[in-house]
Structures are given as structure tokens and as C-alpha cells.
Design a binder for this molecule. Structure first.
Ligand SMILES: [Zn+2]
Length: 122
């Protein structure tokens, strides 16, 4: 099924706001789900470069959602008063929280998972 540019852009915007869009349009924008095997390989390939505070860590080759492998995300701001910082990053595909900041530098959920993964494999 083909979509017009307008439909496509509108769909992208809805996704960024965390709104629901038709399943087929979502698939056209985000692509197919990553398989379990590929996701496991992505997790074992992921490496983290920790930077000095207050810079956030860098995830190589790229940050992705550990639940579905999607690399897109949208931000949910909790609108706390300055100088407080509190926002969450949600996955575009499965809406899981994939990162955020709570009066801290930005963190990605992979930072927890990859660390544990590295400890499990000697
Ligand atoms: Zn996801």
C-alpha cells in the first residue's frame, strides 16, 4: 500500500507525540520488527563509551530499543521547573521507556543491560 507524502509526514508527527496511527502506516514508516536472533546479536554487539560527567555515555554502533530493536524515539517531558530536569525517551515502536534524564545527564536503558551482559560473559 502506498501513502502520500502528507499522510507519511502526519504519521511521523503522530508517532513523535506518542499517538496511535494505523498499523500499516506505522509499518511503512518504521519497517518490520527485528527478529529475536538479530536483537540478541545487536545486544551482544553493543558497546558503551562512558564519558566524564556531565557528558552522557555514547552507545556504539547506535542506540536502539532492547525490546524491539527500533532506533527511533520520542520525548515525554514532565515539565518540571528550572533547574530541575526530568524527561523520558520512549521507543517509537513499542512505547517502552528507552532513556531519559532525571536531574542527571541523559542515560539510555542499554547502559544497564550491556553492563549486566558484559558481567555475565567472562
Ligand atoms: Zn521498542
Amino acid at each position: 500500500m502506498k501513502y502520500t507524502v502528507e499522510e507519511y509526514i502526519k504519521g511521523c508527527k503522530c508517532l513523535e507525540y506518542g499517538e496511535k496511527i494505523p498499523r500499516k502506516l506505522k509499518k511503512a514508516i518504521l519497517g518490520k520488527m527485528v527478529t529475536k536472533t538479530k536483537l540478541r546479536r545487536m545486544l551482544s554487539d553493543a558497546r558503551i563509551n562512558y564519558n566524564k560527567y556531565p557528558e552522557s555515555a555514547e552507545i556504539l554502533p547506535h542506540p536502539f530499543c532492547p525490546n524491539c530493536g527500533c532506533d527511533g524515539s520520542y520525548v515525554v517531558d514532565h515539565y518540571v521547573e528550572w533547574p530541575e530536569v526530568w524527561y523520558d525517551d520512549h521507543c517509537l515502536k513499542c512505547h517502552m521507556i528507552v532513556g531519559g534524564a532525571d536531574n542527571s545527564p541523559y542515560y539510555h536503558i542499554l547502559e544497564d543491560i550491556v553492563e549486566i551482559h558484559d558481567k555475565l560473559i567472562p
